[in-house]
Design a protein around this ligand. Structure first.
Ligand SMILES: Cc1cc2nc3c(=O)[nH]c(=O)nc-3n(C[C@H](O)[C@H](O)[C@H](O)COP(=O)(O)OP(=O)(O)OC[C@H]3O[C@@H](n4cnc5c(N)ncnc54)[C@H](O)[C@@H]3O)c2cc1C
Length: 402
């Protein structure tokens, strides 16, 4: 049995890294360990997202998403400035291309006002002069939205934490079991086929798409399952590197947590389109099929079928965008007509961790679940990369008071 830790944090995505940083900052004398099953940090969602520092356009003002996202935007930019990491506050345009979308834009505009984002309503002619390659009937401009490299932020949060010699990070280490006792938590871990036990006073699980799995590994049955939704992107030909000065988003379906295929300026100077949102057969099935048990886990969930039935038309459209490049291109052409199918080149996909209840509801807000000694981040979908630092502060505040 190895020496006991004050705290073990599971998962080296941006949420785990921010929790690690925040905890060691407040408790520099404590012995802290971070455990990650992959060889490097930010291997999954954090390293496979759009890189957008969201401002808080879509979230209900009373939600955690709204509070943490708005604070997270400030924190992310401050961190980038202080640690010389790349970012650009290029702003974002949400473009309505028909009358129905113009109506939905009204609601988004109001929500932006309530969330104090100082949005601007942009007419068709102004849109054309601001972004000559973009067409639409009207748009909403949010200037504070930005872009960054969340992998770089994750690595830098960890690097700062690990400067403290009481903090260690263990990669290639998978947590198999979490046993909570009266006086400690015992973790069963595996490195290169060798299993061993690690003890800690407390554990924080930031496991992304495996969030529900780790809750179950503690012997608790959550009332939701994480459903993996794949987001497929394309990178545009280099002639489109400057196709827009700002991020260009469509008007989303207000019932869905996904934002629609958008045009994203990336740190690095190129532009991507995406992501769509199709059911993935497995939690990390980026390219190949996962094991039968993983497929069974996803497909046997009644909540998933209820959800898919409820959103049949969106589901069909997303599947079409996955199997047909020309259909995918048509989604972009609605607001950027010059982009053709031939301009879309392979880009790495991401898989979102989205909690879905047994009744088939997508859980919209960030969710946490805790016992005396263990806290699980249960649902941390977008904009959790933007919101990671406030999420971490809230988690450590909660621990400090219990
Ligand atoms: C396609 C896509 C686009 C997105 N776009 C944006 C965006 O533009 N802006 C934004 O703010 N957010 C965006 N998001 C959301 C954002 O990326 C995630 O909310 C955020 O990265 C979640 O971070 P995390 O640390 O919780 O999860 P992850 O980054 O997935 O990290 C979880 C880690 O836990 C590890 N782990 C799991 N189980 C175990 C175990 N048993 N033992 C050890 N380690 C384990 C995993 O290997 C993984 O490294 C996007 C997400 C996707 C997928």
């Amino acid at each position: 049995m190895s020496k006991r830790y004050d705290i073990v944090i599971i998962g080296a995505g941006i949420v785990g890294a921010a929790v690690l940083y925040e905890y060691q900052k407040r408790n520099p004398q404590h012995k802290v360990q971070l455990i990650e099953k992959e060889p490097v940090a930010a291997f999954h969602q954090t390293g496979r997202n759009s890189g957008v520092i969201h401002a808080g356009v879509y979230y209900s003002p009373s939600s955690l998403k709204s509070t943490y996202c708005r604070q997270g935007l400030q924190d992310t930019i401050a961190w980038c400035r202080d640690h010389h990491l790349p970012f650009e506050q290029c702003g974002k345009l949400i473009v309505a291309t028909n009358n129905d979308e113009v109506q939905k834009l009204d609601n988004l505009f109001k929500n932006c006002e309530i969330n104090d984002l100082s949005p601007e309503r942009i007419t068709q002619s102004r849109l054309h002069s601001m972004e000559p390659n973009i067409t639409g009937k009207e748009a909403v401009l949010v200037n504070s939205t930005g872009i960054t490299d969340f992998t770089a932020i994750t690595k830098s949060l960890m690097a700062v934490a690990i400067e403290n010699s009481n903090v260690t990070a263990h990669f290639n280490t998978r947590v198999h079991a979490i046993d909570e006792h009266d006086n400690c938590v015992s973790l069963l871990t595996e490195v290169n086929g060798v299993k061993r036990r690690t003890e800690a006073d407390r554990v924080i699980c930031c496991a992304g798409v495996y969030a529900d799995d780790l809750i179950r590994k503690q012997g608790i049955t959550p009332d939701f399952k994480i459903v993996p939704f794949k987001g497929e992107y394309y990178r545009l030909s280099s002639k489109y590197d400057n196709v827009s000065k700002r991020l260009i988003y469509p008007v989303p379906n207000p019932d869905m947590p996904f934002l629609g295929v958008h045009l994203t300026k990336m740190i690095g100077g190129y532009t991507t389109v995406g992501p769509n949102a199709v059911l993935a057969p497995g939690r990390e099935a980026y390219h190949s099929l996962p094991s039968y048990s993983e497929i069974f886990r996803t497909l046997s969930y009644k909540g998933l079928w209820r959800l898919l039935w409820q959103f049949k038309s969106s589901v069909i459209s997303e599947i079409k965008s996955s199997v047909s490049k020309s259909y995918y291109a048509s989604l972009v052409q609605k607001y950027c007509p010059s982009i053709n199918e031939e301009d879309l080149h392979y880009y790495r996909p991401g898989i979102r961790a989205q909690a879905v209840s047994k009744t088939g509801k997508m859980m919209g807000d960030f969710e946490f679940l805790s016992t005396d000694r263990v806290l699980h981040v249960g649902n941390a979908p977008s904009p959790a990369a933007t919101s990671a630092m406030p999420i971490a502060r809230a988690i450590i505040d909660k621990m400090d008071t219990t």
